[in-house]
Write a protein that binds this ligand. Structure first.
Ligand SMILES: C[S@@+](CC[C@H](N)C(=O)[O-])C[C@H]1O[C@@H](n2cnc3c(N)ncnc32)[C@H](O)[C@@H]1O
Length: 246
């Protein structure tokens, strides 16, 4: 819970510049995953959402939420930052959906409210997983799915803070990732693979798949420099967890 004020301030501070830089990539077409905008049509992570109750945890400007609302899902977009929520409100299209200010650590929804909880570098990257994962599990109905994409421990361990790029050298201690200091006092979170499995299973979730998106060589990373440029073609930069509540 300690990172809520700093992360809210951080996202309010960077929201305008972030959307200016990234919305052209992540909002270009519906259902694009992560740093390399890999189409969900290729990864098949989310499935059909028609008629489903869907919660996006950390929706940002709603690039995902507005697409799923247009497909016929009953979507709620939750985000910590009022600036990000204002961007989502401005980008809302004909299929309108509610926006809620809140934290993934403490969701303001009743148990068993959603068929699908998901995010793409959202609340499960910016809230402590040991708090956010049980909250996501709590608001899912039985049979509902938690699907989320986040940076891989590989990418974090190979990230050179001084050069501000991922390289082929180990720069961080894998077992010490846990909290990652972002700019302006903000914090993001990472677990080891074993830590993620323990946290997901500890919240009562069944792990159905771990997709490691592999962009084609030449696919640009919209967020980070990498050395070599096609780093993510050789090593997994992201991990997309597919789970359900039994
Ligand atoms: C990288 S954006 C993800 C949104 C969108 N998928 C994108 O890629 O732009 C991260 C979002 O998480 C939100 N966020 C940060 N901490 C959060 C928390 N504790 N609970 C919910 N959302 C949070 C931020 O405000 C931000 O909008």
């Amino acid at each position: 819970m300690d990172s809520i004020p700093a992360n809210r301030k951080f996202w309010n501070r960077i929201s305008r510049a972030y959307q200016h830089e990234h919305d052209p990539q992540i909002g270009a077409t519906p259902r694009l995953w992560g740093m390399y905008a890999v189409p969900d049509a290729r990864l098949r992570a989310l499935g059909d959402v028609t008629g489903k109750r869907v919660l996006e945890l950390g929706c940002g400007a709603g690039q995902w939420s507005r697409s799923l609302a247009a497909e016929g899902a009953t979507v709620v977009g939750l985000d910590l930052s009022e600036a990000q929520l204002a961007a989502a409100a401005r980008a809302m299209r004909a299929a309108r959906y509610p926006l809620v200010q809140g934290a993934a650590e403490l969701l303001p929804f009743a148990d068993d409210s959603f068929d699908l909880v998901f995010c793409d570098h959202g609340g499960l990257s910016w809230a402590p997983p040991h708090l956010a994962v049980p909250q996501a599990a709590r608001v899912l109905r039985r049979g509902g799915r938690l699907v989320f994409n986040t940076t891989s421990p590989w990418f974090e361990a190979c990230y050179d803070e001084d050069a501000r790029r991922a390289t082929t050298t180990l720069h961080q201690d894998y077992f010490g990732l846990n909290t990652i200091a972002e700019d302006h006092g903000a914090v993001s979170y990472q677990l080891t693979y074993g830590g993620w499995i323990k946290t997901l299973r500890g919240a009562g979730l069944i792990i159905d798949d771990l997709i490691e998106p592999r962009p084609e060589p030449g696919t640009p990373n919209g967020y980070n420099e990498t050395d070599p440029p096609d780093w993510a073609h050789h090593w997994p930069a992201e991990m997309l967890w597919i789970t359900h509540k039994p």
